[in-house]
Design a protein around this ligand. Structure first.
Ligand SMILES: *Cc1c(COP(=O)(O)O)cnc(C)c1O
Length: 411
């Protein structure tokens, strides 16, 4: 089933208040996700979700997560600034480094954020930019392929991230000499997977590695950060990830390696982005153009500037026409934007009911890496973001860009 968690009258009401295109986010849905995740890991010592800011970088959204007890995962100066201005501080912020300008460490250290080092060479950079903290985290890269059952889920050996195991053993010993007192481990080995066994398998790897590195370096393992990667069913025939099952799977691995979680001290952290907000966002757009050549095209008032995933990854996003949820799919269309790029298509050869000009089209699952990946190619501007509040109102939480914004950086 496609994700029909909001009825069409909500989309229609939103589109009567604000000009399309815009992203609409469901506050109640976002809170439900945060609560389900927190419940699934309520067994774990000092569990905390750090919402990956890059997925939906809007302070109003971060505030919702703050109210639900979550922290934030940042990896740039602007994301740190946003976290800071939302009132996140100290251990509520994870700062995940990755070939970044060294000064960003100074800022992260000034906020007392937990620093997640991407490479062994970052030790000296951090020592010179803010100093080595008592709690330090490092990202692990096991190399090779990462498999679940018989499927290859990712190729860490080709990925730019993380440290090797040998580096972790050496590097943690050095960090201890430089003043660190405890460490965390982080890894991100599969992206957008709805396979429930991903987190448990990753947890088992990091728990065992953490125990080994701890014994070698003499520092206690403070936490394991399972990072992001739990996915969402973009396609109607995909199963949703079962977060309660996943939490239980991680608990079993925890108990296997560390014993009773009531008595053990290793904390659990997550940095989910897509799972939290992806299904709680929709891009609303009107059909404004119809063209028939060798194929049938419907042009809409949104384009890849508003949602890049189909153009960039060939990603599937479900689309429905407001008021025609149950109508027969009697036509086949390419749904296109207006960029001078032939990959600016939200759907290719998509069976849909007949589209009439003026129809309100709803593009699903745009709540993560949607607005956030927007760009201004072709002089097209980024859209507004509207929050459908839990009391049933609509609140603009970001206005649409105007030509003045586009020209603002020119000298
Ligand atoms: C992107 C990212 C995440 C979030 O990933 P999702 O797939 O959205 O859950 C978490 N941690 C880090 C370091 C990331 O780069």
């Amino acid at each position: 089933m496609p994700n029909f968690s909001l009825p069409d009258n909500v989309f229609e009401a939103a589109a009567s208040r604000f000009p399309t295109p815009f992203h609409l986010y469901d506050e109640a849905g976002i809170r439900r996700k945060a609560r389900a995740l927190n419940a699934a890991f309520s067994w774990a010592p000092s569990f905390k979700e750090y919402f990956a800011v890059k997925a939906l970088p809007n302070p109003h959204i971060l505030k919702i997560f703050q109210e639900e007890g979550c922290g934030v995962d940042c990896s740039s100066e602007c994301e740190l600034l946003m976290a800071e201005r939302c009132g996140f501080a100290g251990e509520e912020i994870m700062f995940s480094a990755n070939a970044m300008p060294p000064e960003e460490f100074d800022h992260a250290r000034a906020l007392n954020a937990i620093i997640n080092l991407d490479d062994m060479s970052d030790i000296d950079i951090l020592a010179a930019h803010g100093g080595i903290p008592e709690t330090i985290c490092a990202r692990f890269n096991p190399g090779g392929d990462f498999t679940l059952g018989t499927s290859i889920m990712g190729s860490p050996g080709d990925s730019k991230y993380g440290w090797t195991k040998e580096q972790l053993i050496q590097g943690m010993a050095r960090l201890r000499e430089m003043g660190a007192k405890r460490f965390g481990l982080h890894a991100f080995l599969a992206s957008n997977t709805t396979d429930n066994s991903y987190y448990p398998k990753l947890a088992g790897i990091l728990f065992e590695l953490g125990a080994e590195v701890s014994a070698a370096c003499g520092m206690p393992l403070a936490f394991v950060n399972l990072s992001g990667g739990v996915g969402i069913p973009y396609r109607p025939d995909q199963q949703e990830a079962d977060i309660a099952w996943i939490g239980e799977g991680v608990r079993k691995e925890y108990t296997r390696v560390f014993g009773d979680p009531e008595k053990a001290t290793v904390g659990i952290k997550t940095e989910l982005g897509r799972f939290m907000t992806g299904p709680n966002g929709w891009l609303l757009t009107h059909a404004i153009h119809e063209k028939k050549i060798y194929k049938n095209y419907i042009g809409v008032d949104a384009c890849a500037s508003n949602l890049m995933r189909p153009a960039m990854y060939g990603a599937y996003h479900h689309i429905h026409i407001c008021g025609k949820r149950d109508a027969q799919n009697e036509k086949v269309y390419d749904i296109t934007g207006c960029l001078c790029e032939n990959n600016d298509k939200f759907a290719i050869d998509r069976p849909l009911p007949e589209v009439k000009l003026g129809d309100l089209m709803v593009i699903h699952d745009t709540g993560a890496h949607g607005w956030a990946m927007g760009y201004q190619y072709n002089g097209r501007l980024r859209s507004a973001e509207i929050l459908y509040t839990q009391d049933g109102d609509f609140r603009m939480i970001r206005r649409a860009e105007t030509p003045e914004d586009y020209f603002a950086t020119l000298v």
